[in-house]
Design a protein around this ligand. Structure first.
Ligand code: SF4
Length: 341
């Protein structure tokens, strides 16, 4: 089954898009411009999302709605289970639903909300729990709409240290090992981007506190390294992000108005967005999900394997109109195949 795909530049970009473009332009193109989403969902993503939802609800119920700590944690467990849904973890993985619930309960035993030194930053205008931002940070216009391209993101908590009264980013990580964990996020561009974005709206953060929960067979471990993010580093990140975003816009302008019905256009896409091959194809010991498109001359033969990606850093960005056009294209194309073979 062949589906017509039309490139569309995202309205909101985030650090993942920028780093994906830098590591392999073709991967960025397939994921964020053609919006092809691999059908397999990793257990790490499911477990991380369910855990984060539980933490968000427990914090909301405790810090905002004033519930007792134990009740807030119970509400968190319910939210975690709902978020998990009916997913079945692959055999041999430790990230099963019972293990995630156990890790969640242990997490709040370790980072007890009633005595935590870092609490959500909450004012009349700011809710630091599951903090979401979208700012015109990079001052570059969208190639279609001419509106500013929004730099967006979401992280687990904008916190305030009760002693120093300084703002700090808090990010939860669920992992299976704490081996070399403390070095892992030392130069994470994701957090430099958060700092730069928050600075642009007058919120000064000192750095990032990672709260890592390691889920291992028979035990749960924790680590909470803190990384300072200097103003200099945030400003270097911003400069580099601008260079990448300009290159992303420039590439898109070369293929704007094309679609996958014309094989010449499709061939051009891979010239404008080169396939990096090599090390970019393996990430966290997993093969890139777009390999099915890279190993054939006509990648449209592989499009039916993917879903339509409507993800955006700020929530779904695909309009109903976009989705209807997309569906109409798919139906037309399928009819054409049925009629003409
Ligand atoms: S398989 Fe490799 S070359 Fe192809 S999109 Fe993925 S990272 Fe890029």
């Amino acid at each position: 089954m062949k589906h017509v795909r039309t490139p569309k530049f995202p309205d909101v970009v985030d650090n993942t898009m920028l780093t994906t473009f830098a590591s392999c332009p073709y991967k960025f193109f397939n994921n964020y411009v053609l919006r092809l989403e691999p059908p397999d969902t990793s257990e790490h993503l499911i477990a991380g999302a369910a855990f984060a939802k539980g933490v968000e609800i427990a914090r909301t119920e405790y810090y905002i709605n004033g519930k007792k700590e134990i009740t807030a944690i119970e509400d968190g467990v319910v939210a975690l289970i709902k978020e998990w849904g009916y997913y079945e973890t692959p055999k041999k993985s430790v990230k099963t639903l019972p293990n995630i619930i156990y890790a969640f309960l242990e997490y709040f035993r370790h980072f007890k909300m009633s005595v935590d030194s870092v609490v959500p930053y909450i004012t009349d205008n700011v809710n630091g729990i599951e903090y979401t931002f979208g700012v015109d940070l990079l001052n570059i216009k969208h190639p279609d709409t001419k509106d500013p391209i929004i730099y967006g993101g979401r992280f687990d908590m904008l916190g305030i240290n009760k002693t120093s009264k300084k703002l700090v980013l808090v990010d939860e990580k669920t992992t299976t090992s704490l081996y070399k964990f403390t070095d892992k996020y030392l130069y994470s561009t994701q957090f430099m981007g958060y700092k730069a974005a928050l600075q642009s709206i007058g919120l000064e953060v000192t750095g990032i506190q990672i709260r890592a929960t390691a889920i291992q067979v028979g035990k749960i471990d924790f680590a909470s390294p803190f990384y300072k993010i200097s103003d200099e580093l945030a400003s270097i990140w911003k400069e580099q992000a601008k260079i990448k975003l300009k290159a992303m816009v420039k590439a898109y302008k070369k293929i704007k108005g094309t679609d996958s019905r014309d094989l010449e256009d499709v061939v051009k896409w891979a010239k404008v967005y080169p396939k990096n091959l090599g090390v970019s194809c393996m990430n966290y010991n997993q093969l890139c999900p777009y390999v099915k498109l890279c190993n054939r001359f006509n990648p449209t033969e592989g499009y039916g394997f993917y879903n339509v990606n409507t993800w955006s850093p700020l929530g779904s960005e695909e309009s109903i109109e976009d989705r209807l056009n997309e569906l109409q294209n798919m139906v037309e194309q399928d009819l054409e195949v049925l009629i003409h073979g």
